[in-house]
Design a protein around this ligand. Structure first.
Ligand code: 5GP
Ligand code: SF4
Ligand code: MG
Length: 461
C-alpha cells in the first residue's frame, strides 16, 4: 500500500492526489483521501486507480482543507470490498481520526477476537481497524499516548498515517519493515511512503522516519518521539528488489542503483556465455543493466511491454493474472532471433510470468534461453504487507533450481545468493545470520516478527 500525508497547505487534497498517483505502483485496487479544513473532515474513497478517482477537479474541490492523508490499497488481508478502503475514519471522544496503514499486522486476528468479545463493532475486515479500536479503548491522554498505548499491543509491520483536528502523525514499526519518509514544501510538511511522491509535487526530501519513531506535525511544526524499545532494523529487502519505484531513495539508498548493483553481483556469481542481455520489463530493467555492464554483453530491449496493462501480480484473481501476462509482453524479434539470450528478471514467484516469457522468446527464434534472477528463490510467503501467494503456489517451495529451470523451460537458471544480495546492498561480508539488517523472510524463512495469527487455526475473513 501507499501513504501520503500533508499538513499546512491550502491545496492539501490536490497534493495528496498527486502523491498517490506517484505511488500507484504500491496499490491499484482502491484509493482514498481524508482532509480536515479546520472545522470538518471530508473524505472520498473508491475502488480503482488514483487518476480515475481523483482526476476530476470537482472531486478535489469537495476535499477542503489544509491537512490530508491518502492511501492506495493493495489487498493483503481483508479482501477487496468497499468497506475495506482506507483511510478509515471514525469519531472518538476526542474528535475525528483518520488512519491509513501500509504493512500487515501479525496478531490482528487474535486482537480482533478479543475486541469483539468486549463488544467492539468492526466495520471492515482489515487488520488495520484493530488499531482504531485499541485507540478508542485506551484510557490514556493526550491522543499521542493513546496511539502509543494501542501500538504497544499490536505486532507486525506497519507504517501509519493518522490525521486528527490537531495534527498529522506518522509512525513506523520498531523494525522499520515498511518505508516512510518526511518532506517539505514551503511551509507544509509531508509524510509519505517513497521519495518519488515528494518529487511529483516539487517537495524537498528531509529524511526517513526512523524505525519505532512517531512524528507529529501540527501548528507548532514537526516533533518526534521514540516511545518503543529499540530493535534491530529489518527493512524489507524486497522493496529494494521489486516493490519500490526505482527513482525513489529509501533508507538512504537509491533504489535504481541498488537494483543495478544486484544485477552486477548476479553477473559475477552466475556468468554465462551469451549474445544479448534482455530485461523482463519493467521490473527487471535496472538489474539487467547491471548484469550487462558487469558481463560486457550487449543490453537490448528484446521484450517490449504494453504500458496499458497494470502490474500483473497485483490483480487478485489467478485467471486474470494468466491473461494479463499474455497481454503485457511481446518479443522484439530482431534482437532475439538466432541469439543466445540471457533474460533478467527481479524475482520468480509462481513462475507463470517466466514460463510464458521463455516460450515467447523461444518462438521468436532464440538459440538458447538463460534466466538470471535478481533475488534469491522466493521460498516463503510474506506476512508483512507484500501479497505473495501461499507457500504451495511459490515455485521455489515446490522445486529446487534444476526443477524450476525445467518448469519454466530454460537452458539454465540461476538466482543471486542471499550473501550476494547483502553485498550488493553494501554489506561486504554478506548476510550476518546472527544480526541481519533486512527482513528477508521470503528468501530465508527467518521471520523477524512473531506470526501469532498464523498459529490460530480458526477460519477467518
Ligand atoms: P510469477 O509469474 O513468477 O508469479 O511472477 C513473477 C513476476 O511478478 C516478476 O516479474 C516480478 O516482477 C513480479 N512479482 C514481484 N513480486 C511479486 C509478488 O510478490 N507476487 C507476485 N505474484 N508477483 C510478483
Ligand atoms: Fe519484504 Fe519478504 Fe520480509 Fe515480506 S517477507 S517484508 S516481502 S523481505
Ligand atoms: Mg516483473
Amino acid at each position: 500500500c501507499a501513504l501520503f500525508g500533508i499538513y499546512g497547505t491550502s491545496d492539501a487534497a490536490a497534493h495528496t492526489a498527486l502523491g498517490l498517483h506517484a505511488l500507484q505502483h504500491r496499490g491499484q485496487e482502491a484509493a482514498g483521501i481524508v482532509t480536515f479544513d479546520g472545522r470538518h473532515f471530508h473524505n472520498h474513497r473508491a475502488a480503482g486507480l488514483v487518476g480515475d478517482i481523483f482526476g476530476e477537479q470537482s472531486v478535489i474541490a469537495t476535499l477542503k482543507g489544509y491537512s490530508a492523508i491518502g492511501h492506495n490499497r493493495y489487498a493483503t488481508t481483508g479482501g477487496s470490498s468497499d468497506r475495506n478502503i482506507q483511510p478509515i475514519f471514525a469519531d472518538f471522544d476526542f474528535g475525528g481520526l483518520a488512519l491509513a496503514h501500509n504493512g500487515n499486522l501479525t496478531n490482528a486476528y487474535l486482537l480482533r477476537k478479543e475486541l469483539v468479545r468486549m463488544g467492539c463493532l468492526f466495520q471492515s475486515t482489515t487488520d488495520t481497524e484493530v488499531i482504531n479500536h485499541l485507540i478508542a479503548r485506551s484510557s490514556y491522554s493526550p491522543v499521542v499516548d493513546r496511539i502509543i498505548d494501542a501500538l504497544g499491543k499490536v505486532k507486525g509491520a506497519y507504517s501509519l498515517l493518522m490525521l486528527t483536528a490537531e495534527a498529522l502523525y506518522g509512525v513506523r514499526d520498531p523494525m522499520g519493515v515498511r518505508p516512510l519518509c518526511i518532506g517539505r514544501l514551503e511551509d507544509a510538511w509531508i509524510i509519505t511512503s517513497e521519495s518519488c511522491a515528494l518529487d511529483i509535487i516539487g517537495a524537498r526530501f528531509v529524511r526517513d522516519v526512523e524505525p519505532g519513531e512517531i512524528v507529529i506535525v501540527d501548528g507548532q511544526g514537526l516533533r518526534s518521539i521514540k516511545p518503543f524499545a529499540k530493535q534491530q532494523r529489518r527493512f524489507c529487502v524486497f522493496e529494494h528488489i521489486y516493490f519500490a519505484r526505482p527513482d525513489s531513495k529509501i533508507e538512504n539508498v537509491g533504489v535504481y542503483e541498488a537494483r543495478k548493483r544486484i544485477g552486477m553481483e548476479l553477473a559475477k556469481e552466475n556468468p554465462v556465455p551469451a549474445d544479448v542481455i534482455v530485461p523482463v520489463p519493467d521490473s527487471g530493467v535496472p538489474a539487467a543493466i547491471g548484469y550487462a555492464q558487469k558481463s560486457g554483453i550487449p543490453f537490448e530491449l528484446g521484450i517490449i511491454r504494453n504500458h496499458y496493462v497494470g502490474r500483473t501480480f497485483i490483480e487478485p484473481a489467478d485467471h486474470i493474472r494468466h491473461l494479463g501476462v499474455r497481454l503485457k509482453h511481446n518479443a522484439n524479434r530482431a534482437h532475439i532471433d538466432g541469439k543466445r539470450v540471457v533474460l533478467v528478471d527481479d524475482s520468480i514467484v509462481r513462475g507463470t510470468t517466466s514460463m510464458k516469457i521463455v516460450e515467447m522468446v523461444r518462438s521468436a527464434g532464440a538459440k538458447e534461453v538463460h534466466m538470471r534472477i535478481a533475488a534469491p528463490p522466493t521460498t516463503d510467503p510474506c506476512f508483512y504487507g507484500i501479497d505473495t501467494p501461499e507457500r504451495e503456489k511459490l515455485l521455489a517451495s515446490r522445486y529446487d533450481v534444476a526443477g524450476m529451470a525445467k518448469f519454466i523451460g530454460v537452458d539454465s537458471l540461476a538466482f543471486i545468493s542471499i550473501d550476494g544480495l547483502y553485498r550488493a546492498m553494501g554489506m561486504p561480508g554478506g548476510r550476518d545470520a546472527a544480526n541481519p539488517t533486512f527482513c528477508d523472510a521470503c528468501f530465508t524463512g527467518d521471520y523477524p516478527i512473531a506470526l501469532d495469527d498464523l498459529n490460530d487455526t480458526e477460519d477467518r475473513q
